[in-house]
Write a protein that binds this ligand. Structure first.
Ligand SMILES: [Zn+2]
Length: 902
């Protein structure tokens, strides 16, 4: 509904008078009965503003209205003969009785049937309490679906609201207009008169084909909701058949009878959808007013296109307006579903207002009348938004924010405007007051400023999408607003729609997070300076705004420096309590972090966000930063060292002590500058070929997130020859005797060892005695012999091992003893000659001649020959041969005696 401004002023004035609250009426105590026990339906829907309007125990799915209207002697005496058929279902226990709202005025009910069976009915009416109940007692209790048909006729009446305005069935100069917010529908048809119970409708209005009034006779028409599906002419009457396919609250039903210019068109929207228009303009309207209607009708496409961009698809199936000349107490336009009602004329803002209601109020209806502000606030806010943002060209240079801030500012805190909270109205007379329109439009703007455009527009669309065709109130709106925005909005809603005082205008500010890093790639130890800035973009000072910087992806790689006043750290979250900031002012704070020493190939990401309503990242600015730390080489990475003795047969080990923890290594070895192909581990076993060469090891260190580092050690000393491992002590076999061979037994040496021998005499080398065997010579007699075995192998140090010495070398034994004989004739004057016989080679023979058993002295007896002298006559001659050889035992042999010398 839209009420003209003057009227709102009057209502505001009335609000200054003491109010008498209508006490909420408790629901009738539910019969504590068995689930199947029928109960009497409640005579309330639980609406605190209209405790006796609306009913419980059932839900209506469809109304079928058949209303025949006939002018009376004067139009004021016009009558209707009507049948209302109601398809409903019980919502709980079976109903032994149930009530309908029916403010009958001059109407009389002639019959009620339930499921085709006549039912008892009674009127339970307390007009002062706005209680107009038609109580129906079916022949048998109803459970589940049931159909109630009420037949009635007479002169219908209007309903006068607590604020003095008219609604319901009103007589006009050319017929009647039936407009029904909030509760007037019960003057035209019995119904469950709560916006929480929506239903579809068929509405047949049977009227004279022409109407005659003071202005003369003209074609009559009957406007209603939904689509006109037929005009049935019978005699001088025409039945206008309307179908409302979408759920509709009874307060949004319209029937308007009179002499109209009936205007039709097809409006094709930007979406491609075409909506048919049925509009009805009082034929008696002035040319200027008709022109105003034409101007607005021409805007259907642009306005609906604009609203669809905010609210989603148009929820109805047709469009139109009903413009009628009505009593002055109907000084409001009303968003009757599909086809809004306007008194007299239409202005641009109201046109947008009522079309916005097709979503806000109609598609999603209130559940109780204290939810009205949701829809009136939006329908009031939208024309301003439309003019500023959606119309092409924009028709206003002012911002919506400025418009509603000014509106808010214009009403002092002590103004009575603030005494009625939008969701806390207690007097139905104030239902259409400041709080419902102005404060609630401010509420929507304040919500937009508080949660930001993106979430706000998502919210106002989602509200329509999610709750399409249903009825929803404050709790659902709060829940959805929090869901969409992620913001905590309890306090906001409390302030704006529940508290009986002036709400706070939102603080609004833009945030920027800046970052300053050292030139070039960011490296460990570098400093990153962050700057947070908040600029007051709103109309009130910032006094309680808080922002946070999420440093969880910064402090894992960096260390925070000292914080200035106003910044506090908890965990990884830096909280900035903004100092008071005047309008147009801004505040800045800075802090540093130093990149930790072990950081490589990492990103520092910080994000700034508002923790209070109204703060957003500045348009075109960033509230997230990223600073990349370049990949760092593995560090520390000292030169590797080589441990172990560089010697053939030894193992060398690469030592990577001091490298960064977590580093893994690959190894490469060189010996004498040549790569060792198969040496890829941390150790190297030195072989014979390595002797005399230097060794280096190269290590390549790798660590996830770091660059590989390769380092080569210093060279070792030249690899020393190795030590043979098996060097047995040789032994000497054989008898230590001159002329007897001795053999050196070397034992088992390492494979590949070449052995050499060197015999010794009393420890001194015997020249030339280098074979494995040795035969003692004369010079050895009495001396001790030994052998020294020398093992040699390439790459190894030669090893000498000496045997134990033998016993002193014994003299040799001559093998053959001389067996001399004497040759020659044993006669004086003759010379005998010794024949030595067999003897060892190498011996020296000496002779001694014996004559008659007596050795011949002197040289004469010592030669090999012996000259026989006279003295020897008769005697026998013997020669003794002595064989001597150095190192051997001397042996002698005696020849046989010769014959007697003659
Ligand atoms: Zn409205």
């Amino acid at each position: 509904m839209t009420k003209p401004r003057p009227r709102s002023t009057r209502i505001s004035a009335r609000l200054l008078t003491p109010l008498v609250a209508i006490a909420a009426v408790a629901l009738p105590a539910a019969a504590p009965a068995h689930a199947e026990d029928p109960v009497a339906g409640a005579q309330t829907s639980g609406d605190s503003l209209f405790p006796h309007v609306g009913n419980g125990g059932y839900d209506v799915q469809h109304y079928d209205l058949d209303i025949a209207w006939t002018p009376g002697a004067t139009l004021a005496l016009s009558t209707i003969a009507a049948t209302t058929s109601i398809e409903a279902s019980t919502t709980g226990a079976p109903l032994s009785s149930f009530s309908l709202d029916f403010e009958r005025g001059g109407l009389a009910v002639s019959s009620v049937t339930v499921n085709g069976v006549p039912a008892a009915f009674a009127h339970d009416e307390v007009p002062a309490d706005i209680k107009h109940k038609l109580v129906v007692t079916p022949a048998t209790p109803v459970s589940g679906a049931f159909t109630t048909v009420v037949t009635y006729s007479g002169i219908p009446t209007r309903h006068t609201d607590a604020d003095g305005s008219y609604e319901g069935w009103n007589v006009t100069a050319d017929g009647a207009t039936f407009v029904n917010q909030p509760i007037g529908s019960m003057t035209g048809f019995p119904n469950n008169n709560t916006p929480a119970d929506k239903a579809t409708y068929t509405i047949d209005v049977d009227i004279p084909t022409t109407i005659t009034n003071a202005a003369g006779t003209g074609a009559a028409a009957a406007a209603s909701n939904g689509e006109l599906v037929g005009k049935d002419v019978a005699g001088d009457r025409t039945t206008w058949r309307w179908v409302q396919q979408e759920p509709m609250a009874s307060e949004l039903a319209i029937i308007s009878i009179g002499k109209y210019d009936v205007l039709e068109s097809d409006v094709t929207l930007a979406s491609g959808r075409t909506l048919h228009e049925w509009s009805f303009v009082d034929s008696a309207s002035s040319a200027a007013n008709k022109n105003s209607v034409g101007v607005q009708r021409a805007r259907f496409k642009s306005v609906i296109d604009g609203l669809e961009s905010r609210f989603g698809p148009y929820p109805g199936n047709s469009i139109g307006v009903v413009v009628d000349l009505v009593p002055s107490a109907i000084s409001y336009a009303l968003e009757t579903q599909d086809r809004s009602f306007f008194p007299t004329s239409i202005n641009a803002g109201t046109f947008v207002h009522e079309l916005a209601h097709q979503w806000y109020g109609n598609n999603v209806a209130p559940t109780v009348w204290n939810d009205l502000y949701i829809n009136e606030g939006m329908a009031t806010w939208m024309p301003t938004h439309f003019a500023n943002q959606l119309a092409e060209p924009a028709t206003s240079g002012a911002s919506t924010e400025y418009t509603y801030f000014t509106s808010w500012s214009a009403s002092a805190p002590e103004s009575a405007n603030w005494l009625t909270p939008p969701a806390g109205i207690t007097d139905a007379a104030g239902l259409y007051g400041y709080q419902t329109y102005t404060r609630s439009a401010q509420f929507w703007e304040a919500l937009r400023l508080s949660i930001g455009d993106a979430d706000f527009f998502a919210l106002i669309r989602e509200w329509q999408v999610r709750h399409a065709g249903q009825s929803r109130g404050t709790a659902a709106l709060l829940a959805l607003a929090e869901e969409v925005s992620g913001a905590e909005l309890d306090a906001f809603f409390q302030d704006w729609v529940r508290d009986a005082d002036k709400p706070a205008w939102p603080q609004r500010y833009d945030l920027v997070l800046g970052q300053d890093t050292a030139d070039g790639a960011l490296e460990p130890g570098d400093t990153v300076t962050y700057t947070v800035t908040a600029a007051n973009r709103g109309y009130v000072p910032l006094t309680s705004s808080v922002a946070e910087v999420d440093l969880s992806d910064v402090l894992d790689d960096a260390t925070l420096g000292a914080l200035p006043d106003g910044l506090t750290l908890a965990g990884d979250t830096l909280t900035w309590a903004l100092p008071t900031t005047p309008r147009h002012g801004s505040r800045t704070a800075s802090f540093d972090v130093v990149v930790d020493g072990d950081v490589s190939a990492a990103s520092l990401r910080a994000s700034l966000s508002s923790q209070t309503l109204g703060g957003f990242c500045a348009p075109g600015a960033s509230c997230t930063t990223r600073a990349d730390v370049a990949e760092q080489a593995v560090a520390p990475a000292p030169l590797p060292t080589i441990t172990g003795t560089p010697k053939v047969g030894a193992e060398l080990t690469a030592d990577t002590t001091g490298w960064a923890p977590g580093t893994t290594f690959a190894f490469g070895w060189t010996v004498g500058g040549e790569d060792v192909v198969d040496a890829t581990g941390p150790t190297l076993l030195l072989g014979p070929d390595d002797a005399g060469k230097v060794v280096r090891v190269t290590v390549a260190g790798s660590k996830a997130g770091y660059g590989d580092v390769t380092r080569t050690s210093a060279a070792t000393a030249a690899v020393a020859a190795g030590d043979l491992t098996t060097t047995p002590t040789p032994t000497v076999t054989g008898t230590a005797r001159v002329g007897v061979p001795l053999t050196a037994v070397a034992g088992t040496w390492d494979d590949g060892v070449t052995l050499a021998y060197r015999w010794t005499r009393d420890g001194a080398p015997i020249t030339g005695a280098t074979a494995a065997t040795y035969t003692a010579v004369a010079a050895d007699a009495g001396r001790r012999l030994g052998v020294v075995v020398t093992g040699t192998k390439p790459g190894f140090a030669p090893t000498e091992v000496a045997s134990a010495d033998t016993a002193p070398v014994a003299l040799g034994q001559q093998v053959r003893r001389p067996t001399p004989t004497v040759a020659g004739r044993a006669a004086v004057g003759r010379t005998l000659r010794a024949v030595p016989g067999a003897r060892d080679a190498g011996v020296t023979l000496t002779y001694r001649w014996f004559v008659g058993g007596k050795a011949v002295a002197g040289a004469r007896g010592a030669g090999r020959t012996f000259a026989v002298t006279r003295a020897a006559r008769g005697k026998r001659v013997v020669v003794v041969v002595t064989a001597t050889r150095p190192g051997y035992v001397t042996v002698t042999g005696r020849s046989p005696r010769t014959a007697k010398v003659v």
